[in-house]
Design a protein around this ligand. Structure first.
Ligand SMILES: CC(C)(COP(=O)(O)OP(=O)(O)OC[C@H]1O[C@@H](n2cnc3c(N)ncnc32)[C@H](O)[C@@H]1OP(=O)(O)O)[C@@H](O)C(=O)NCCC(=O)NCCS
Length: 191
């Protein structure tokens, strides 16, 4: 379950000022991946507007970085009234980094975050021919039960526990330290 990340890769949460990184990543998706990500064909303008709007107060985005460039992302966004405990999840990985276990790691982080936020139902807009996403979701049958006709996954035990909170804090601590190092090295780079 805990596959190592591809060389030079790290996963951390995106910060509010990083919408441009998210936009550039989504624009780099090849046509098939972009269609799968948005469950249909969308224009570049749509992707730009979408990325600008994605950093709402409630949404949480985990990013997969390779040598400082965002190459993958998992978005978790609560939807509907808070009592319904529903959220939308969406994943995007640039083609050269697909099928290397990154989607699995991003889904693990997203499930942990959903659990710690008491979210129970995860909606994923997944096209019927997107076998890879369906396979990925099936790998987590123990933690999620899926109904693909409605594309809704139910998070098992959607309650935070001290251990699940600690796991998220530890993952964030590592992500934060690495992000600070990344920012510092960018500041120190000669222009
Ligand atoms: C779908 C996506 C998120 C999956 O992420 P990934 O990093 O490629 O997937 P992983 O390498 O973690 O593989 C997950 C599982 O998918 C299956 N899989 C991997 N590559 C596959 C392929 N080429 N064809 C079919 N199934 C495949 C395997 O069962 C794999 O698990 P395993 O390696 O333990 O057997 C990613 O490919 C992607 O971003 N695609 C474009 C956008 C998209 O489809 N988003 C989903 C809609 S929200």
């Amino acid at each position: 379950m805990h596959d190592p990340l591809p060389r030079g890769g790290l996963i951390r949460k995106l910060w509010i000022g990083e919408a441009d990184l998210y936009r550039d990543h989504l624009l780099r998706l090849d046509p098939v991946s972009r269609r799968n990500r948005f469950a249909g064909a969308v224009s570049e303008d749509f992707v730009r507007d979408y990325a600008d709007l994605s950093f709402g107060i409630d949404s949480l985005i985990h990013g997969f970085f390779v040598d400082g460039t965002l190459r993958g992302a998992a978005e978790l966004r609560p939807i509907g009234a808070p009592l319904t405990r529903e959220a939308e999840a969406a994943f995007s990985i640039e083609k050269p980094w697909q099928s290397h276990g990154v989607g699995s790691l991003l889904l693990e982080r997203t499930l942990l975050a959903a659990r710690n936020r008491g979210l129970k139902f995860l909606h994923m807009a997944c096209l019927a021919d997107n076998k890879r996403m369906q396979q990925l979701a099936r790998k987590y049958e123990a933690e999620l039960s899926f109904d693909f006709s409605n594309v809704v996954g139910e998070v098992a035990a959607p309650r935070p526990t001290p251990l699940s909170m600690m796991r998220e804090i530890l993952a964030d601590g590592h992500g934060f330290a690495t992000a600070m190092f990344d920012v510092q090295s960018r500041l120190l780079k000669p222009v």
